[in-house]
Design a protein around this ligand. Sequence first.
Ligand code: SF4
Length: 693
Amino acid sequence: MTPATSTHCPYCALQCAMTLTPDVGGVTVAGRAFPTNRGGLCKKGWTSAELLSSPERILEPMLRQPDGTFAPASWEEALDLVAGRLAAGRAEHGADSVGVFGGGGLTNEKAYQLGKFARLALGSSRIDYNGRFCMSSAAAAGNRAFGLDRGLPFRVEDLGAARTILILGSNVAQTMPPFIAHLDGARKAGGLIVVDPRRTATARLTDDGAGMHIQPTPGSDLVLLLGLINIVISERLVDTDYVARRTVGFDALRRSVGRWWTERVQEHTGVPVWQLRELARRLAEGPGTYILTGRGVEQHADGTDTATAAINLSLILGLVGTEHSGYGTLTGQGNGQGGREHGQKCDQLPGYRKITDPAARAHVAGVWGVHPDSLPGQGLPAVELLAAMGEPGGIRCLLVHGSNVVVSAPNADRVRAGIAALDFLVVCDFFFSETAALADVVLPVTQWAEEEGTMTSLEGRVIRRRRAVDAPAGVRSELWIFRELARRLDAPGVYSANPAEVFDELCRASAGGTADYSGLSYGLLDTDEPAYWPYPAGSTGTPRLFLDRFAHADGLARIVAVQARSTDAPAQVGGTLTLITGRLLEHYQSGTQTRRVAELLTARPEARAQLHPATADRLGIADGGWLELSSERGTVRCRAEASADIRADTVFLPFHFAGDECANLLTDDVTDPISGMPEFKKTTVRVRALQEA
Ligand code: SF4
């Protein structure tokens, strides 16, 4: 009998533990006891092995032909072509004419090697990744306030002892269902508070005395938080001892929030004054209070300041860096945490170091065996990188790994036009994603159950991904591809295709950085001992951060006074509504994988625009009928879902679908000036009924 392999789910950052057992029918999945999922899995996890034998899998390199079709090729032919075109592009237009786009689902080893390959083998500064659309604003806020960004600076299971948990803009009951078991303590204490413009599955967990659902105007989260801070200060609920001992910046915060008196906050957010006051008092009751943010409040052009306001609220209540309370941000993508630590961000080197820091450059260059001056400088964040496609002095060739940018990036039509203007596009994927379908070369890669590696979960725990089955003969790992391309490009440095060797190098490169992995090894991780970074050599890791000091040189947290730049709600005239985008239980990210799982697609075969029955009536739209949403960027046509769970001024569209249903045809590529996060959660759209599709 084939032994079962212990590994983790390929999808979200909860990284639920599972066992995979190959059998005659394929691979059997079973949940496995682990602190984050306690043996549970969601629909996506249960069905994840279907993709291994999907008939849609790409099983050999594919080259675009003069007539526009694809034809299979040998690896030799495909890699020679790619290396030749990259070398020619660099020679003619410079190294920065080659761009690299990574993904938050790549293992730590791949994310690390991708950053090294871009900077060393290609000599390009232009690398960034899809986590820019996901965690960048919360990460920027965490770095600014604490000097370090780890999504949850505590263990997930710590939440079980909480009496109050405030969740701002996250629908965990659908995005990571096993997580909700950790909310039971707060629910029993009547202290689960969910802030969301929709009455989501998570918001419904507050029913029957379990807590409170607050349903603000989309995009008013920053004002809501500034108002809460003002109440905490004016009602003398501040933990003054903590603020004096552990923070700087309180006086400026106090002066800045006076303008957000409760009636004014109610006017801007739609949240009644009584609810604002009750929420502030509940949060201050402690101990056992946690504040958690998600993409709903972070995916905004003021996302860093909004996350900062949530941190400020947590700091003045004395929640951060204690044994019994905390602040955290809920990472979404499978390796959204590790993906932002090892150098695939345009501004970072491995170890979560700044690429502009001379000491960081010297350290990493030393590990790579090159002179620091040979490393390029800071590149462009994702939206700018994509906008540079085909522009004078911009990107001429693009390599995409583990990302489906024509569905997941904002202003999707502009991205598609940029790709059309490229000289050469290479995509590494398992399937013909909508982006792969536009490529000149598609290189088929291994899936999670076919490879060794490590991932870092939403709580900063480094875990082992293990091979359970052999990969199909024609596919290769990205590490092998990087090695083969680097060899053909005659690149400096060593590019191992062995994940354990790459991990060892990654650990050396991270030594001394904030995300320090230098005490880790596959041998240690294979013992399944919990391994939370920072894990410097000689340590036993750090499950709970900031207990004694924050990561700034003086050990103090920064309270940064922020202001709402735009407080006007979009005008609600005629058929104009505010669009928010988000996820469904059955699908993941751009849907490249989950739209290919029969059970998931059958359950949710299409995007449906959720709008309030009163709004639907007013606009003459029937439940299940067709409608059109349009913005200054584009138009979506899909069916309607009438539901009293959403505000009357708001329409919700899931972002997992492509074609006419692609939500990002509507979204704007305006970004947060600090983090580069696009505005995904507040788009003005016109909505009208259609007679038919
Ligand atoms: Fe996988 Fe996330 Fe579902 Fe767990 S919650 S089974 S990690 S998709």
